[in-house]
Design a protein around this ligand. Sequence first.
Ligand code: ATP
Ligand code: MG
Length: 416
Amino acid sequence: MYQKPKGTRDILPEISYKWQYMEEMAKQEAKKCGYQEVRTPTFESTDLFLRSVGESSDIVNKEMYTFKDKGDRSLTLRPEGTAGVVRAFVENGLVNDTMPQKMFYIVNNFRYENPQAGRFREHTQFGCESFGINTPFGELETITLAKTILDKVGVKNLSLHINSIGCQKCKPIFNRALSDFAEQNKTSFCEDCNRRMTQNPMRMLDCKNENCQQILKNAPKLKDYLCDECKEHFMKVLELLRQNGIEYVVDTSLVRGLDYYTKTVFEFISDNIDGKGKSLTVCAGGRYDGLVEEIGGKPTCCVGFGMGLDRLILLLSDVEKPQTDVYVLNVGGVSADKTFEIAKTIREQGYTAQSDLLDRSFKAQFKYAEKIDARYVLIVGDEELKTGVFNLKNQQSNTEEKLKLDEIIELLKRGE
Ligand code: ATP
Ligand code: MG
């Protein structure tokens, strides 16, 4: 028997309706803010990710699915959504259009990670990117949108963690200071941090290793290195959040795993998801003012987020399971030929209807109607066909009514 590759999942009908709800709801909320959908290729040239996500990031170092195609090009399955969207923005000349521009997408990302709860090798993100907004209102709208979606999902114990990691001017100065500090403690850091301290020291702050975190307590602090512009911008972001009633925690060790971020970075975390104190990041994002220029466009400020849908599905509170409105049941003979037609008429009115396709007995059809949880069973016999009056059984209340087809449709329209 074939098995799916490690770290991937099948989303079966018993759960896919939750995905549909989740995706539709997120899209609707984004559209209300003026976002439009963008779709980009599942694979891009490897170079794009080296350049944008960054050669020192975990994604590029350890997690990419990179391969050569038959034309000897190095391609990579998309590990995240932003790079492709920004490439499309530049390549298609949108960079020269009126700003701001806002785009959302639902993508599957591929990362060679150690599979564990809420971590897969193919995962899905809902992402939003807005271009051309240099003011803190960019962060405000982005964060508000993310929070609206997460609240609608019903994520419990949700907190917003936020930080500023500085701009192209002040970030390098901090990195140098941290690197100098790290050099003095070189032997005590984990292998990853030893690599990070030369490639991208800031990433050390994000290290999951307890020992590294212990040493870093005495390290130079990011906030002491922010330039005036970055400081002012960050203060204004926080002020706007307060004004709009969005609670936050300033988390000075939050740096994010992708190299392209500047100034504001944030994560929404759901705490204590398992009742044992485990927390999970469900949405992450920030500002990336240098990326458009980095990949060949003119300087454009951007802010966005990515939301891990695989994790959100687990936290989604009750979503109504789609039901068949009417199962049209036949008693054999002529009525069997008619049920399909009746089901079709009901569908034309916008309701879901099914009829027997397997030449099954009355009893077997009834069982099936129960199994699929049909709301109503409409019984079609020779007599009913003659009079045009059918027996409609409400499966939930177990009551029956005699009605004509248009009366049945009226009843459905009334939402009964
Ligand atoms: P982490 O620190 O958890 O590895 P990251 O920095 O790699 O996260 P991003 O690339 O910013 O994460 O992704 C945004 C969101 O996508 C995450 O907050 C998470 O909800 C989700 N996500 C990331 N990687 C995975 C994965 N392998 N499986 C499922 N969801 C993921
Ligand atoms: Mg990761």
